[in-house]
Design a protein around this ligand. Structure first.
Ligand code: ZN
Ligand code: ZN
Length: 243
């Protein structure tokens, strides 16, 4: 999503207010809050990995010049490339753009790390996590009104899931950047985020370790990927755009 200052600020503010509202519904934290939050964190990792796997292997649309962008030999800062990029992107929808972005990330991983936060997470916030968080607000509010409050541990799990999901592409970007804020290093030490060394396995193989938050779900997704490949799915031809 384009870096639109006002839209980004409004979306961040709404998401923060909505998540704070959900946090209020957690109430006095009981023992179950921690395992539920860890489960939510795991599910966000699993979801980001599954989407990544799908996007990497779903073939790009042909006949629109995505291969020319992908294999462009000159400078990507050049006016020629920029014009070609704009012209090609105009001809495809948001999902196709995302599919291209995932593939294009493999040979040029550092571009993701250089992107502004909104370019990384904007579409996830608008399409997915902001509506989901507001939905949880409404559910908690309605359930409380009829005297059947949603359990605090469940709300905590969903909040962890929403935070992990919101920042999935930001976390992926931190794996391709030399300098990161202190909390990224702290979360890596706590194993709540994976390390660049662990993520390098994905770039070396393009056939495993698709999850990029904490990586806890990689063993499960790797097994699923192997099974699908044995059945003839996940053809490596899908990894690069063709004419
Ligand atoms: Zn990938
Ligand atoms: Zn990467």
């Amino acid at each position: 999503m384009k870096d639109n200052g006002a839209l980004a600020r409004i979306a961040y503010l709404l998401l923060a207010i909505s998540l704070a509202g959900n946090l209020w519904f957690v109430g006095v934290p009981g023992w179950a809050v921690l395992p539920a939050a860890l489960a939510g964190w795991y599910l966000a990792d699993l979801m980001s990995g599954a989407i990544h796997m799908y996007m990497d292997y779903r073939p790009c649309r042909t006949g629109v010049g995505l291969d020319r962008l992908y294999f462009y030999e000159g400078s990507r800062e050049s006016a020629d490339y920029q014009a070609l990029f704009r012209d090609t992107m105009r001809r495809i929808g948001p999902i196709e753009r995302l599919v291209f972005d995932f593939k294009n990330h493999h040979p040029r991983p550092h571009a993701l790390g250089r992107r502004k936060l909104w370019r990384q997470i904007g579409s996830t916030v608008i399409i997915a996590t902001l509506p989901a968080s507001i939905g949880l607000n409404l559910l908690c509010w309605a359930a409380t009104r009829i005297g059947w409050p949603v359990p605090g541990w469940f709300v905590a799990g969903v909040i962890a899931f929403l935070i992990g999901g919101t920042f999935a592409q930001y976390f992926h970007g931190t794996l391709h950047r030399d300098h990161n804020p202190w909390f990224v290093h702290l979360m890596r030490r706590l194993r709540l985020l994976m390390t660049p060394e662990a993520h390098a396995i994905h770039h070396d193989t393009l056939a495993r370790d698709f999850s990029t938050n904490c990586g806890w779900s990689n063993p499960v997704l790797n097994r699923l990927f192997d099974r699908m490949q044995r059945r003839g799915g996940m053809d490596r031809a899908g990894l690069e755009p063709t004419a």
